[in-house]
Write a protein that binds this ligand. Structure first.
Ligand code: COA
Length: 262
């Protein structure tokens, strides 16, 4: 059983805004299982708490998140049962959440760090932010319905470019593509995002709820099906020699060599 008792995610609620802060700066806020558990628990709690009208997610120490903890991936290799695994539970809570979810992005938003933004409602970034969907490069496949939400947002060709090449892209490029709403100077991001959150807390909650339900309905209906399909590929990838090579190369700070694999 995963324990959600971690300081690596900090949660506070003030004036109708639940602020969730990813706080593991020494690992660029890489997400551990305990962090996923706390994220999922917090979003579920926010959904049920009448005091919470908006959820804001940000990262501490100049990073949003470098994605899933690669050490955890290498250790579990996709073998956790659905009951044990807090990651899909977090993503289901995010996908199903009927309150506005706002993200403030600084520095890296990699892997699930970008994937989760596709399921938020409003994404603001500063000029330090960069995004990356490195699944193919790691021998993995996209997950959590990103294989349908990404092309839905940016179109097939752009989605293919981002996913095949697995390259980083800037905040400005993310804004052009429609993944980010607005890009701010580094010293303006948090104040600007707080202002927008405050604006939302003053709106009729019922109007926002109905609007979000309608905006998300189509994607929610397809998501479960798609996620099951994606998981087959993702688990296979986690157990592949290509993924083992990519993780070894990352920890040894060298370029991976995929030439020996078909
Ligand atoms: N899992 C575990 N540890 C991670 C991590 C991750 N996803 N991302 C970063 N770290 C660790 C690094 O190993 C490093 O540890 P060290 O100080 O012991 O060497 C520390 O966090 C700082 O990261 P570093 O790589 O030095 O920072 P950077 O600014 O040069 O690069 C990233 C930032 C995000 C581009 C780079 O860390 C990276 O590519 N991380 C992996 C991203 C990834 O593949 N995520 C999984 C996607 S499925």
């Amino acid at each position: 059983m995963i324990d959600a008792d971690t300081d690596n995610v900090q949660v506070s609620t003030e004036n109708g805004v639940m602020h969730i802060v990813l706080n593991r700066p020494e690992r660029k806020n890489a997400l551990s299982l305990a962090m996923y558990k706390k994220l999922g628990d917090s979003i579920r709690a926010a959904s049920e708490d009448r005091q919470v009208r908006v959820i804001l997610i940000s990262g501490e120490g100049g990073s949003f998140t470098s994605g899933n903890d690669l050490g955890d991936f290498a250790k579990h290799k996709g073998t956790l049962s659905p009951e044990e695994n807090p990651t899909p539970k977090f993503m289901s809570a995010l996908l199903g959440c009927d309150k506005p979810v706002v993200a403030a992005v600084q520095g890296p938003a990699v892997g699930i760090g970008t994937t989760m933004l596709l399921h938020c409602d409003l994404v603001y970034a500063d000029t330090s932010a960069y995004f990356q969907l490195p699944f193919a490069k790691l021998g993995l496949a996209p997950e959590f319905a990103s294989s349908v939400v990404l092309p839905y947002l940016v179109g097939h060709q752009h989605a293919a470019e981002l996913l095949y090449f697995s390259d980083r892209f800037s905040a400005e490029r993310a804004r052009e593509l429609g993944i980010v709403n607005e890009v701010f100077a580094e010293d303006k991001l948090m104040a600007s995002v707080r202002e927008r959150c405050e604006q939302l807390t003053k709106m009729p909650a019922s109007g926002l709820r109905a609007t979000k339900q309608l905006l998300k309905q189509d994607i929610r209906e397809r998501a479960q099906d798609v996620m099951e399909r994606e998981q087959v590929h993702f688990k296979k990838g986690l157990q592949s020699p290509e993924f083992a090579e990519a993780v070894a190369a990352f920890s040894e700070k060298r370029e991976p060599d995929f030439s020996k694999f078909d």
